[in-house]
Ligand binder design. Structure first.
Ligand code: PEP
Length: 268
């Protein structure tokens, strides 16, 4: 069992209008205000780029002294280079300037549908670190890789590609630039087929062992599970000793579901 603060992160993907983003943020803020003092978990939302200013303004209005106190703000991607002539890209420093403190990197949808390579994920992680952004780096196997019993080697190879950046990270440091690992079996993302808590725990334990063999701060590194997490299965997953939080796609678009994942309820 680690003593990491659990992180409950929502990946809104390419969903929502300005109106729905605002409604969702306001609902989450209202629910999170009801948290018992001390709170337990850390909460994060990662809206699409275009909705970041709107969500940031809403969070700043809710807690002017610290916009991320109730709910931190993150992006879903960033450019592998620091700035310049790259039409359509968004840099790490622009995200910082827009009020983001987090970024999701290497999501399987970007790796498999958009051809993102391990080398690009590493470069993006390094840009995030340079800009002072915390990162959630996603790793995970396909169904065929799992069936061929290659889950752990596949994940180890994905992590090994990130070693230069992992070695420079500050695990567990909420105040410093942190790298969180998200184990997301590709066959469980958006399919409604979550890994069982036991199966996820096995992979998380293997990731933590691997971190230890590399001389990294294994116990202080937060490892999240992602893949069809919802209010109904979150408690079981979060009870596992090596699961330090969850990365949530579909269910993060509903105030009630997302708050329910952290054991909270929405305000009527
Ligand atoms: C994700 O996109 O990171 C994810 C886990 O999606 P879902 O929760 O919808 O499976």
């Amino acid at each position: 069992m680690t003593d990491c603060v659990p992180l409950i992160a929502g990946n809104w993907k390419m969903n929502g209008t300005r109106a729905s983003a605002l409604e969702l943020t306001r609902g989450l803020v209202a629910g999170l205000r009801e948290r018992p003092p001390g709170g337990g978990s850390q909460w994060l939302v990662c809206p699409p780029f275009v909705h970041l200013p709107l969500v940031e303004a809403c969070l700043r209005e809710a807690t002017p002294e610290d916009a991320g106190a109730l709910l931190a703000l993150g992006a879903q991607n960033l450019a592998a280079t620091a700035g310049g002539a790259l039409t359509g890209e968004v840099s790490a420093s622009m995200l910082r300037d827009a009020g983001c403190t987090w970024v999701i990197l290497g999501h399987s949808e970007r790796r498999t549908l958009l051809g993102e390579t391990d080398a690009q994920v590493l470069a993006k992680l390094q840009r995030a670190q340079e800009a002072g952004l915390h990162s959630i780096v996603c790793v995970g196997e396909t169904e065929a890789q799992r069936e061929a019993q290659r889950t752990v080697p596949v994940i180890e190879a994905q992590l090994e590609a990130l070693l230069p950046a992992l070695q420079g990270a500050s695990p567990g440091g909420l105040g410093a630039t942190e790298v969180v690992i998200a184990y997301e079996p590709i066959w469980a993302i958006g399919t409604g087929r979550s890994a069982t808590a036991e199966l996820a725990q096995e992979v998380h334990a293997a990731i933590r062992r691997w971190l230890g063999t590399q001389g990294l701060e294994a116990r202080a590194t937060r490892i999240l599970y992602g893949g069809s997490v919802k209010a109904a299965n979150a408690a079981q997953l979060l009870a596992m000793p090596d699961i330090d939080g969850v990365l949530v796609g579909g269910a993060s678009l509903s105030v009630g579901e997302f708050l329910g994942i952290g054991g909270l309820s929405s305000r009527p």
